[in-house]
Write a protein that binds this ligand. Sequence first.
Ligand code: 1HE
Length: 257
Amino acid sequence: MNPDLHLEIHDHIAVVRLNRPTKRNALNDALIVSLHEVFSQLPDHVRAAVLHGGGEHFCAGLDLSELQSRDAGEGMLHSRMWHQAFHQIQFGSVPVVAALHGAVVGGGLELAASCHIRVADDTTFYALPEGSRGIFVGGGGAVRIPKLIGVARMTDMMMTGRVYNAVDGERAGFAQYLVSAGTAFDKAMELAKHIAGNAPLTNYALMHALPRIAEQPADHGFITESLMSSITQAAPEAKARVDAFLQGRANKVTPKP
Ligand code: 1HE
């Protein structure tokens, strides 16, 4: 096991920690390979995962000390290796909640964007320093980040080096939750426990069908939605959950205080 990536299983939750704080959790090749392995091999009883970073920062992105002069083909394969690892997070076996703090920059932001939910504490900041390092995103950021914040904001970040703080970042769409300093992990665990209690087919539909439906032409998307809807409804667990509500045994939706 790579000492720079730590895995613990708490009941149905996998807790994955980037564990290279002296290098601000910069992602070297070994860490990318380990992320791929860990998210490919989660035990069957795991229902949700939390990804966080040890030390003062979530992740400083690509390990720049490994950025050698690759030829074009090698560069493409290196980027494809990141794609495979982050694809495994986004389209793997369980929803992943990222707990963010400190720097979420470059490839660290690409990693966070491959998770399903992002919880940021108020020390978090977001940047894409690739623009000023003379390179481009290569870990799926060009596909995933505009889906969170739009093409215009990403273009601005890369062209001008703009850094978003936690408040502006949440408003822009980087994170779905903003919490006080030091509490992102606890909030992420609370959310992961809730997610782990969902019907597995609902989580599957949200991870695997929803992002694809959103990419389809509307006419195709409506059909895919109907198919997924009928599959989830047919599961015995869905029937049991609806019965529980009808018999007054399940929670109502209550207004937020
Ligand atoms: C690193 C890296 C790194 C830190 N690769 N070693 N990412 C960047 O351009 C971000 C570069 N990093 C920073 O801007 C800052 O380090 C941070 C804002 C993240 C943190 O600042 P700070 O003051 O807490 O730490 P530090 O003193 O800058 O760094 C501590 C050590 O970590 C230091 O090494 P040391 O041996 O001198 O102690 C740094 O060199 C090292 N370090 N970040 C290598 N990124 C698939 S394409 C993706 C393309 C990208 O991600 S490009 C963006 C890369």
